[in-house]
Ligand binder design. Structure first.
Ligand SMILES: C[S@@+](CC[C@H](N)C(=O)[O-])C[C@H]1O[C@@H](n2cnc3c(N)ncnc32)[C@H](O)[C@@H]1O
Length: 243
């Protein structure tokens, strides 16, 4: 059964390609389009290409995009559809630093990153740490998808942000998420966290804002995560047994 498309009806001048699956909610789509239309990045990086849903927006509003996926399929199927996108295949945290160096060597300005790849706690933490430890020279906006998912959120909270003095603003609930509207019964997904970086500032005491912390907590206690996340330690065993 085809899952219910929660973005309909959608009102925008942005020409969404209906043949490309885009794994974001209506609010997230509106937000991403508006954000990028206003930021107009010179260079953007996307972690998590998948079917190219978010990439179509990054491609339209950025001069050049690097899009990373651990799977080679997105590169193979999308390479001919976007002429300003360079596709990279591999684990994001092994690739990001080289991409940032490549942009720097071209005297390019990296202005936007979308993090939407590995959704485990450690995966999210590694992506953020990798980005923050790069030589960032220009104002940069980082959007992290699925901040409403408890594991992703833990990953986002586990970073020692104090180490990085150029962070201007963090909010884990820039756009808040919801229960998954489709088959994942009472799983919490979606939401955008934002990290705004400004290399000109040197700040040491800032706060990780969680503007919808109460909503997150209330939803968590009604969610499947109170059981499911406790069983995550069985994951390696399940993989071993091929379950
Ligand atoms: C949720 S999908 C991305 C959805 C897409 N951004 C969109 O809006 O439609 C996540 C993608 O991240 C990729 N991925 C998972 N772990 C990764 C990693 N460590 N490095 C790079 N890509 C990864 C997966 O193969 C998958 O295609």
């Amino acid at each position: 059964m085809k899952s219910y498309d929660i973005s309909n009806p959608f009102f925008s001048n942005f020409p969404i390609n209906p043949n490309i699956e885009w794994q974001m909610s209506r609010a997230e789509k509106y937000c991403l389009i508006h954000l990028l239309e206003n930021l107009n990045p010179e260079y953007s990086i996307e972690i998590g290409t998948y079917k190219g849903g978010s990439l179509q927006v990054l491609s339209k509003y950025s001069k050049k995009v690097y899009s990373i996926d651990i799977d080679s399929e997105p590169k193979l199927s999308l390479e001919n559809q976007f002429d300003n996108v360079i596709f990279k295949v591999g684990k994001s945290h092994n690739i990001i630093k080289d991409i940032v160096k490549e942009i720097e060597s071209k005297n390019g300005k990296l202005n936007f990153i979308l993090v939407d790849g590995d959704h485990s706690k450690d995966g999210v933490r590694k992506d953020i740490e990798c980005i923050l430890s790069c030589n960032l020279k220009y104002p940069l906006t980082v959007i992290l998808h699925d901040s409403f998912n408890p594991q992703c959120r833990l990953g986002m909270k586990s970073v020692n942000y104090e180490k990085y003095k150029f962070i201007e603003h963090i909010d884990l609930d820039y756009i808040h998420g919801s229960f998954s509207p489709n088959k994942n019964y009472r799983e919490m997904w979606g939401g955008f966290a934002i990290i705004k970086i400004n290399p000109k500032i040197k700040k040491s005491n800032f706060k990780i804002n969680q503007s919808q912390k109460m909503l997150f907590n209330a939803t968590y206690w009604k969610s499947i995560h109170i059981i499911k996340d406790k069983l995550l330690f069985l994951k390696p065993l399940k993989k071993l047994l091929n379950l």
